[in-house]
Design a protein. Structure first.
Length: 158
């Protein structure tokens, strides 16, 4: 399964539209404007119901985000100190995240080293655009939370 995340460029806050493989809108992502740290909400595009959220932990050396799905705390993701390839500690299902040198591609692997998702940033687009290649469709929303968290952490670094 694939998802396409496109950032809305002219918006007061980080706002993204998320499309499926057929370019049908499935999710809407919006960050709160006047908060300390990132607070991001994911809504079902058809109904407008909030499905998930991301909350940044404040006062940490490396960006750390708490992931919530349907009101349930799912775990956290934290950027780790690394020199050549960005790495994240993912406290979720035993998954791990590693990135490439340019911070454009990331792989999420399960505890056995099998791919859960590949994130690739599309160059030459107006606003950030990502493609998520997800192994299991039931993990789509959780994978979206991870990808948006990585984007928020990268924004903090730049």
């Amino acid at each position: 399964m694939k998802l396409l995340i496109k950032q809305r460029v002219f918006s007061w806050s980080d706002t993204y539209d998320v499309y499926d493989e057929t370019m049908q809108p499935v999710y809407f992502v919006q960050a709160e404007v006047f908060t300390l740290g990132h607070r991001i909400h994911i809504f079902d595009k058809a109904t407008g119901v909030e499905l998930a959220s991301i909350r940044q932990k404040l006062m940490t050396f490396f960006p750390t985000f708490y992931l919530e799905l349907g009101g349930v705390d799912m775990g956290s993701i934290q950027r780790q100190l690394s020199f050549l390839r960005p790495q994240y500690r993912l406290d979720l299902n035993g998954w791990t995240v590693t990135g490439d040198f340019l911070c454009w591609d990331y792989d999420v692997l399960d505890g056995f080293g099998r791919p859960v998702m590949h994130i690739s940033k599309e160059p030459f687009h107006w606003g950030d655009t990502y493609v998520l290649d997800i192994a299991e469709p039931e993990d789509a929303l959780l994978c979206l939370l991870i990808a948006v968290s990585i984007d928020a952490a990268n924004c903090d670094n730049h």
